[in-house]
Design a protein around this ligand. Structure first.
Ligand SMILES: Nc1ncnc2c1ncn2[C@@H]1O[C@H](COP(=O)(O)OP(=O)(O)OP(=O)(O)O)[C@@H](O)[C@H]1O
Ligand SMILES: [Mg+2]
Length: 370
């Protein structure tokens, strides 16, 4: 049994199934990120753990205690929402001390805790300041302090950084991780930002359509996704479907072309697989490279992104153009130029085509009338 055990959590709203049987076991002190597209059930899952909604079915246990039907105030869970929701007419100190006051802590204890929290969030001296006098990032840190101040067993955060600009987001991401390390509080952190999920999580849960597609350490989820959905959701890549051949060397055949891959456990000769070439793992060359997986093609489009550019290269053997990101170097490349794309066999990701809940796959099956 874990520290937090969620079993078969289900939440329906009329005909809508928002959470469709989620099971998740979280260790004490762990930082779990939950990621998935809009509407996949992330917020609903958090609200049910927090007790702000009651599940249709399933159970939630924390430290071996069944919380499933306890009201929110009887669960020791701190929550940080996207819009911070600080009390506007309370000072920073009163906001932070709120949970402690509700739980009957005396003034001396509250003052000591506020001081400790202000030091952790690096806002010493802000006791008497009101939320509207704080910047977005400062309000965000106060919201985190408020959620942590009463020493909860668990903290839930729902996209707490999405209102901040890109630079502040980056800083706050590091700050939040530091605060979590210092306090050691078990945290579940919802985001739809893949970078955030990959960089912050000890483990990452990828949700799709109310279900968990993969719950793994970030590196495994990124490098060895177990479904096309996960491969597609984490990072940018080009997808090509084909058939796995293990002899004489492992490769995936698609029509006349093939891509050399590494052998992976759980796959057999002849399996239909979805191959993913990660944009950042493919390389662009102006002349034929010596690599095994090298394909010649034509640049169709260039997406300039500051320090990098993404090239869309159509390769005759493949139906979909390959996307390659590359530093904008001395060589000037334009649409229409002939180039080569290479990818190391160990960097080629593949997952089973079958058994996935990928939306694209379902559409494909519907088209095929299966
Ligand atoms: N109170 C509600 N009443 C009816 N339907 C709801 C309610 N709350 C959520 N839903 C539906 O449940 C599904 C999951 O919603 P949820 O808010 O959990 O998604 P999410 O993953 O948090 O999305 P986002 O990234 O956009 O915040 C959606 O289809 C949503 O429309
Ligand atoms: Mg949400």
């Amino acid at each position: 049994m874990g520290f937090l055990d969620i079993e078969n959590l289900r939440k329906e709203f009329g005909d809508t199934v928002a959470v469709d049987g989620i099971s998740l076991s979280v260790e004490e002190g762990e930082f779990v990120t939950v990621v998935g597209p809009s509407g996949c059930g992330k917020t609903t899952t958090l609200l049910n753990i927090a007790g702000l909604q009651l599940p249709t079915a399933g159970s939630i246990q924390l430290r071996g205690r069944d919380l499933t039907s306890l009201p929110a105030y009887e669960r020791d869970i701190g929550v940080v929402f996207q819009d911070y929701a600080l009390f506007p007419h309370k000072t920073v100190a009163e906001n932070i001390a709120f949970g402690l006051k509700m739980r009957g802590a005396d003034e001396a204890e509250r003052e000591a805790k506020v001081e400790e929290m202000l030091s952790i969030i690096d806002l010493e001296g802000y006791e008497d300041v009101y939320p509207h006098e704080c910047s977005g990032g400062e309000q965000q840190r106060v919201a985190v302090a408020r959620a942590l101040a009463f020493d909860p067993d668990l903290v839930l955060m729902d996209e707490p950084l999405s209102n901040l600009d890109k630079k502040l987001r980056g800083t706050m991401r590091t700050e939040l991780k530091r605060i979590q390390r210092e306090t050691g509080i078990t945290t579940i952190y919802v985001t739809h930002n893949q970078t955030e999920a990959l960089s912050m999580g000890d483990r990452i849960a990828v949700l799709n359509d109310g279900r968990i597609e993969q719950f793994d350490d970030p590196k495994a989820a990124y490098e060895q996704p177990t479904s096309p959905f996960v491969a597609n959701f984490l990072g940018t890549s080009s997808r090509i479907d084909g058939e796995l051949r293990l002899e004489p060397e492992p490769k995936v055949r698609m029509g006349n072309a093939s891509v050399a891959v590494e052998e992976r456990p759980g796959f057999d000769d002849g399996d239909r697989v979805a191959v993913f070439v990660r944009t950042e793992l493919a390389s662009l060359h102006v002349s034929r490279p010596s690599e095994e997986n090298a394909f010649s093609g034509t640049i169709r489009d260039i997406d300039y992104q500051g320090s990098e550019a993404v090239y869309f290269v159509s390769v005759p053997e493949f139906d979909a153009p390959l996307q390659v990101s590359d530093r904008v170097s001395g060589a000037t490349l334009d649409p229409g130029n002939e180039v080569w794309v290479s990818v190391d066999p160990s960097d080629v990701i593949y997952t089973s085509v079958e058994g996935s809940t990928d939306g694209a796959r379902r559409e494909q099956l519907a088209v095929e009338g299966q």
